[in-house]
Write a protein that binds this ligand. Structure first.
Ligand SMILES: *Cc1c(COP(=O)(O)O)cnc(C)c1O
Length: 405
């Protein structure tokens, strides 16, 4: 899954070019930087690689989502529909612009269930933010149709699905805007970083200013830039961009290893008829950073997790249902709206209301799901051994459960 596994001379070389000049900032210093503009180069490479018209780098994926929301005009009191299964950063970004995260059930795609999205729409709904979790995609045709019908913004959180596609288009480039994260465990990394991708010039120009204190970046003298609106500092540094530039050139290599390893492991798991796999709206577009698989019941799944742990093969396998970073069941800080700064009481009440709704439909999916992260470093032998151990555990639990029935 993550690019850090294959750290190489290529990354070192790009970083060293920046260290030679000592110009670590992405803007200004035109003379001393000697023509080295890593952030600019990485933005161009992102546009080329993913087929986005514009790209604005940021200091993180969370900052990219926050920037995109501001640029799209999402703010106080607006409702943003987002899934019950995602990384906490998705709702952090919504809260950071004063909007309300409206959590909606996921289905067996592990992403937004379109019917549940329709039911959640109110006059306050401003945007739908699907999250392409674990390397694969939401049902984009269904979500695009809903957005069109109700005149809603579509913002893609594609942080976990770099290199995934839907009907030929890269995830993150299909909606009004989309974002990737380049944090340390993502498919390609900058150490820390993110990007807003969009085909709309207005959204790009706003994102560009917003991430740099509102600078309009039109003059030759940074000090004389105008500030048409208030921004923040969500800039990436040249050192981080240099790492990303080396990594993006290796994306095809990473994806082909990922796909090969994914296929080998999936074939082994598929020997067990009781194991089923995540539904993928466009199977060709799976980035294959994870295999997500289901067992028949929550009890069997929990028992398999316990047995995998006992046998020392749990690392790299995620039972999200019991995990406090990715699934709503354990987001107690959110359910109580525990923030350091005070929220407007009306906003706080709405946040709590939406975080504490009934998620039985999501529970029914997530309690039976295990995701296995695909390593770029595995050998074929290791995959075989790993797969066989997993199959052994699953069969053992299934036989005990059928005896006890
Ligand atoms: C990693 C991630 C983010 C945020 O990225 P950071 O760069 O770590 O801030 C947002 N959404 C999802 C789904 C992620 O996995």
């Amino acid at each position: 899954m993550p690019g850090f596994e294959l750290w190489s001379d290529k990354e070192r070389k790009e970083v060293n070019e920046v260290l030679e000049t000592g110009i670590l900032m992405r803007y200004g210093f035109d003379g001393p930087r000697k023509g080295i503009w890593k952030s600019k180069e990485l933005e161009d490479a992102i546009c080329q690689t993913f087929g986005s018209k514009y790209a604005q780098l940021t200091s993180s994926g969370t900052a990219a989502l926050t920037t995109a929301m501001s640029a799209l005009g999402i703010g106080y009191g607006d409702e943003v529909i987002t899934p019950s299964f995602t990384f906490v950063a998705s709702f952090e970004a919504i809260l950071s612009v004063g909007a309300v995260p409206v959590f909606v059930d996921v289905d067996d795609t592990l992403t937004l269930a379109p019917d549940a999205v329709r039911k959640a729409i109110t006059p306050q709904t401003k945007a739908i933010m699907p999250v392409h979790m674990c390397g694969s995609m939401a049902d984009m045709d269904a979500l695009l149709a809903i957005c069109k019908e109700h005149k809603l913004i579509l913002l893609e959180d594609a942080c976990q699905s770099i290199g995934g596609t839907y009907k030929g288009k890269h995830l993150g480039t299909i909606g009004d805007a989309g974002s990737f994260s380049f944090d340390f465990v993502k498919t390609i990394t900058c150490a820390e970083g993110g990007v807003v991708m969009t085909n709309r010039e207005d959204i790009y120009l706003k994102s560009d200013g917003y991430t740099d204190h509102g600078h309009d970046h039109t003059g030759v003298d940074r000090g004389a830039d105008l500030h048409p609106f208030i921004g923040y500092n969500y800039r990436i540094s040249e050192l981080h961009a240099a790492v990303g530039l080396a990594q993006i050139k290796r994306l095809d290599e990473f994806l082909s290893i990922q796909k090969k390893n994914h296929a080998l492991l999936k074939n082994i798991l598929a020997q067990v008829p009781e194991v089923s796999f995540r539904r993928i709206p466009d199977p060709e577009g799976d980035s294959c950073s994870f295999i997500s698989w289901f067992l028949p019941t929550a009890a069997i799944t929990a028992a398999v997790v316990i047995e995998m742990k006992a046998q020392g093969i749990l690392p790299g396998n995620f039972y999200w249902y019991d995990n406090n970073w990715h699934y709503i069941r354990k987001w107690d800080h959110l359910k109580n709206a525990v923030t350091l700064n005070s929220l407007h009481p009306d906003l706080k009440a709405r946040v709590i209301h939406h975080a504490t709704k009934d998620f039985t439909a999501s529970d029914a999916v997530m309690s039976r799901c295990i995701s296995t992260a695909i390593s770029l470093l595995w050998t074929e032998e290791q995959i075989k051994e790993k797969g066989e151990k997993m199959v052994h555990v699953i069969r053992k639990v299934l036989s005990v459960q059928s005896v006890s029935r």
